[in-house]
Design a protein around this ligand. Sequence first.
Ligand SMILES: *Cc1c(COP(=O)(O)O)cnc(C)c1O
Length: 227
Amino acid sequence: MRARALKDILLQLQNAAARAGRPEPRLLAVSKTQDATAVAELANAGQRAFGENYVQEAMAKAAALEGRGLEWHLIGHLQSNKAKEAAAIFDWVQTVDRPKLVEALARHRADDRPPLNVLIQVNIDDEASKHGCQPDDVPALARAIATQPRLHLRGLMVIPTPHPDPEQRRDAFRRTHALFDALRAGYPAVDTLSMGMSDDHAIAIAEGATMVRIGTALFGARPRKDA
Ligand SMILES: *Cc1c(COP(=O)(O)O)cnc(C)c1O
């Protein structure tokens, strides 16, 4: 059943990209609150990249599924005191938004692992309650990341204000894409713009997403408290 959902989503992504004349984005399967069995089902169907919001929860799943070649992405807010665990478990951290976190992740990324892939999370709608740096902070943060050999700057991640009408998020995606282009001009290795979820991935793809993060449309609805 989940294999079928995966096939459907991949087809939707392909179609959205074709319609927009954009390259097909990567799919990040958001597996928060799902158990290791559900992740294994998608892994068996060929899905490789999984997104988690909590370090502790990811640790258990990554251990249960070790050796299967999966790629783990942190997409939830990271406290500096969890940077050590995060640097050990994850292949990507998409929520880097302050210099202190850059230093902590770099310090804890082991020398025998590839550099940790990081995205800068941008608070594109300037929401007081939201994590992410201000658009103006991106250049300084990018410079800080680029000086760390244990980190690999890959791009930007954004969660726009959740307007009930996804079309209202298009402008935020567009502004993020402009920031992404500016970043890429200074850092040629930057290749990832992570934006778009279950209800707005087609709009995000049209506005230049190279990675979409999809949970509900793949796994079904989550318990309400985690939605
Ligand atoms: C939960 C979550 C998603 C996936 O949301 P869905 O609407 O279930 O597709 C994507 N990105 C982040 C940061 C999330 O926390």
